[in-house]
Design a protein around this ligand. Structure first.
Ligand code: ATP
Ligand code: MG
Length: 461
């Protein structure tokens, strides 16, 4: 496939009036039938109404590389209101960045109006409400419309700025994106530092696409990344949470994690873990790495993955450490764990706003790490019926894979699940009779010893 790309792309470039290289049908490997029908129709309707319209972004990139596109985006000269008027089932969404969602029976096609970079087109006062930047240069609103060429220059990466016109099967390239696909390079468009300052999420996108595509990051793009990494703190916690899911749940989590560490980005995603990251061979790094290996594998096998499991793994080393401190202060293990879990989640939420629907199962997975050790008698049966049992069992295996010695706990539960009813009962009884601990009177309450620690902070939702 790449040979084919090389052959076509190194020759016969035609420039059009907008300053793009236009690659004709014989110069690339795309064809209109590769384009999703709904996206094709959207482009067709817009063009017939007299607007410019292209299929753009990741889908063009992925098709050129022989990958299956996640979604098909359309870019057009039509304003959001003009797009909306052309499609009955459509609505304008977003404030910071207005786009139109056109609803089809199978999916939604996102239609974006060409954006302009205000600095290049002069500071028009009418643009004031449309494009807003913080003092540090971060874009908080970007609704100044412009030409297709301007639109290309405000996209993030050259490989993401290719415009495909299915009507004549041509690719319009303003930033040498095809050459970069051919050379397997991730290159940010424009001045790297400025572009990262405008939107620090681009730092994460560089790492994500380099990992996904197996491309090298251009040296000029990579240079300011470490320096700008701290800007990630300005990204809103809900947006940063969404972006972390794309980093870790797209099937290339391990490679992405390595790049995040190399470019000092990871430390702004789970800051609480930083003191434990220095030891690259240490258990915390091994655990995160192994969690991502397992997640990548599950995605390859089309198995379900949940953000709760990933975040449970990312935060487990710090939960464990804090919990053991609370135990040393005389708290019972369940109370110490619950208090540590509450504290650690509360401290993570201002960074990546993990929704409550994930923090609840995270806490259950952690709690079960304790409960699943005590499995004698009737406990094993009850535990195996817990809705979070499977995730907690996988988590035990993960901890063992990462090098923790849990005294054969994972194996025991594996055997238990494979056993029949009678075998299960005798396994559980054996645990009970092996439990040689001297009988102690049960503590009535799991209340903490009076120390000075505060009660767990509430989670937000
Ligand atoms: P995929 O959908 O496979 O994750 P994609 O490249 O399509 O990859 P999207 O997030 O769907 O990524 O964005 C669509 C396009 O919008 C990108 O290809 C890029 O051109 C542009 N884009 C997205 N996010 C940014 C950003 N933060 N800054 C500049 N341009 C962006
Ligand atoms: Mg996309």
């Amino acid at each position: 496939m790449l040979e084919r790309i090389s052959k076509f792309f190194k020759t016969d470039k035609n420039s059009n009036s907008a300053g793009a290289y236009v690659y004709g049908p014989s110069e690339h490997c795309l064809s209109p039938d590769m384009i999703n029908r709904d996206a094709y129709n959207v482009v067709d309707v817009l063009q017939k109404a007299g607007f410019e319209a292209y299929v753009v972004g990741g889908c063009v990139r992925d098709l050129l590389l022989g990958l299956k596109p996640k979604d098909f985006d359309v870019a057009t000269s039509a304003k959001p209101s003009e797009v909306k008027a052309l499609f009955r089932r459509s609505r304008i969404i977003g404030r910071r960045f207005q786009i139109v969602h056109v609803q089809f029976s199978r999916e939604i096609i996102e239609v974006t109006t060409f954006r302009s970079n205000e600095k290049q087109s002069g500071s028009k006062s009418s643009n004031k409400n449309q494009r807003q930047q913080t003092d540090s240069g971060m874009l908080t609103r970007d609704n100044v419309f412009g030409s297709v060429e301007e639109d290309a220059s405000r996209r993030d990466l050259t490989v993401n700025a290719l415009y495909y016109d299915p009507s004549d099967n041509s690719i319009h390239d303003f930033t040498n994106g095809l050459d970069d696909i051919d050379d397997r390079i991730i290159r940010i468009i424009g001045d790297p530092s400025t572009r990262f300052r405008e939107d620090p999420v681009r730092l994460l996108r560089v790492a994500r696409f380099a990992a996904k595509l197996g491309f090298d990051i251009e040296a000029r793009t990579a240079k300011p990344m470490k320096h700008r990494a701290g800007d990630l703190q300005q990204v809103s916690p809900p947006r940063l949470f969404d972006e972390t899911l794309k980093l870790f749940m797209s099937g290339n989590g391990l490679d992405t994690f390595k790049l995040l560490l190399d470019h000092k980005l990871f430390e702004h995603i789970v800051p609480q873990l930083n003191p434990m990251l220095n030891d690259k061979q240490g258990e915390p790094v091994k655990l995160v790495r192994q969690a991502l290996v397992n997640t990548d594998k599950r995605i390859r096998n089309k198995q379900r993955v949940t953000p709760a499991f990933i975040y449970a793994a990312l935060l487990w080393p710090v939960v464990q450490r804090l919990s053991s401190n609370y135990e040393k202060n005389g708290n019972s293990p369940p109370y110490a764990l619950s208090k540590a879990a509450g504290d650690i989640i509360a401290a993570q939420i201002p960074v990546t706003a993990i929704p409550k629907r994930f923090t609840i199962p995270m806490r259950e997975i952690w709690d079960l790490q304790l409960h699943m050790k005590r499995r004698g008698g009737n406990r094993a049966k009850r535990l195996a019926e817990h809705p979070r049992f499977r995730a907690a069992y996988d988590f035990i295996l993960l901890r063992e894979q990462a090098g923790e010695d849990l005294k054969g706990l994972g194996d025991w539960w594996t055997k238990y699940q494979d056993a029949n009813e009678d075998q299960r009962q005798s396994m559980a009884e054996e645990i009970l009779s092996n439990d040689k601990r001297p009988k102690r009177r049960r503590r009535r309450r799991n209340s903490p010893k009076p120390d000075n620690s505060s009660s767990p902070k509430p989670e937000n939702g």
